[in-house]
Ligand binder design. Structure first.
Ligand code: NAD
Length: 395
């Protein structure tokens, strides 16, 4: 694929590293940046033949197969609309919009133009997440009851993230979008997210937007997606997910404990890992960052989907649902109550039954719980099917 990359910042760099790969065939063939100087610098570093500071001209070129939007949040819509108008397949980084209304406009624009679109939500494609999703979808942990997803670090690396107008919000819009979509994937994207309760505050930084938030998203089947995000967390980037099901549990640690732990008394002279705060003492380097963060598998899926004429795993519709959940979270921060999630476009199940597990002990009783006790006996807690009485027995 010949890629037109809009944006030459941190994510543009990760995307280029992932697309070019070691001996990859996909290439960034055009890069757009705000200034010609930064476009030229980026093009030189990554051997990209064309560098420009004219976004429209970049999108409209005949010699590109797909446009990637890797620009600050307030520019996503402009870039996507231009790609849709030019009839160009388009992939957009997270969050899709600053609000659900913005995301819905973008979704409708690509759908009515009939252009291919993919939502670049890398963290549902990390190798560990893909493996865990396969286990969950195969039934290995039963019905998912609770997903707890965390992304925290000491704050983003560019000015625009801290500007409410440009970013659309703080830690929720920046990182809550990842956590919410991770939970949707485990719980089941076809299950309707119903309401949100969220706490957020500006604990540390002199900014308008929130630098810390914790929220819960209730799904129609009773499952809970919990997101924990912070720009005030010290010690590097903490990326963890916990999935609790009726028959099992999965814990994933993507960054601070990836299996490589290193101590350096004199200090590591080189880059350690994204958002690492120290290069001395105990360090947690990451062997292959683009792969560990999901970018490699993400581009494999979206570019395969484009070639094969199918939908990628993450679509603009998914981005719009995530934005709608975040809108409700911001409402809840203000009202301090559970707030309904408004989804004028909903393509999932219309009615999902509540998760329920019922196990018979005998004709008269349901089994509530069974446990092996320290003295070696086995105790059961029972519920009488007719009277509802709870009792216990040693068996
Ligand atoms: N894991 C992920 O998927 C991930 C990680 C980081 C960032 N992102 C997303 O990628 C997008 C870009 O973030 P980033 O970290 O690369 O930011 P960045 O600040 O590192 O880079 C932004 C790029 O856009 C350009 N730019 C800035 N303001 C501009 C303007 N007003 N007009 C035109 N160009 C402008 C900058 O020059 C730079 O090339 C954001 O939407 C962010 O949420 C995604």
């Amino acid at each position: 694929m010949r890629v037109c990359l809009l944006g030459a910042g941190l994510i543009g760099m990760f995307y280029t590293m992932s697309l070019h790969g070691k001996r990859g065939r996909d290439r960034v063939s055009v890069v757009y940046s705000r200034t010609q100087k930064s476009a030229d610098q980026f093009a030189k570093q990554w051997e990209i033949p064309v560098a420009t500071n004219d976004m429209l001209a970049a999108i409209e070129r005949d010699d590109i197969d797909v446009v990637i939007v890797a620009l600050p949040n307030h520019l996503h819509k402009t870039a996507v609309m231009a790609a849709a108008k030019a009839g160009k397949p388009v992939l957009c980084t997270k969050p899709l919009g600053r609000t659900a209304a913005e995301a819905q406009e973008m979704m409708e624009a690509v759908e009515s133009a009939g252009v291919f679109a993919g939502y670049l939500e890398d963290l549902v494609y990390t190798p560990k997440t893909l493996k865990a999703l396969k286990s969950v979808r195969g039934g290995a942990i039963g019905d998912v009851l609770w997903v707890r997803s965390r992304e925290t670090h000491s704050g983003p690396h560019s000015d625009w993230f801290w500007n409410q107008e440009m970013s659309g919000g703080g830690a929720i819009i920046d990182m809550g979008c990842h956590c919410i979509e991770i939970a949707r994937n485990f719980i089941g994207k076809e299950i309707r997210p119903v309401e949100v309760v969220c706490w957020a505050d500006t604990q540390v930084h002199p900014i308008e937007t929130e630098d810390h938030a914790i929220g819960m998203v209730r799904y129609e089947n009773g499952a809970i997606g919990q997101f924990e995000v912070s720009w005030a967390f010290r010690g590097g980037m903490d990326l963890r997910d916990e999935v609790a099901g009726t028959e099992g549990t999965i814990w994933l640690n993507h960054w601070l404990r990836t299996g490589m732990e290193m101590f350096s008394a004199c200090g590591e002279a080189d880059y350690v890992a994204e958002k690492a705060e120290s290069s001395k003492g105990w360090l947690f380097p990451v062997g292959d960052e683009p792969s560990a963060l999901g970018y490699v598998d993400m581009f494999t899926d979206v570019l395969d989907a484009l070639e094969q004429g199918r939908e990628p795993s993450e679509t603009f519709y998914d981005g719009y649902v995530v934005n709608a959940i975040m809108d409700a979270a911001y409402q809840s921060v203000k009202s301090k109550r559970w707030e309904p999630i408004s989804l004028p476009v909903w393509r999932g199940q219309e009615k999902t039954d509540h998760i329920s597990v019922s196990r018979d002990f005998d004709d008269e009783h349901h089994l509530v719980k069974q446990e092996r006790m320290p003295d070696g006996s086995t105790k059961v807690i029972l519920k009488n099917k007719t009277t509802g009485e709870i009792s216990q027995r040693i068996v």
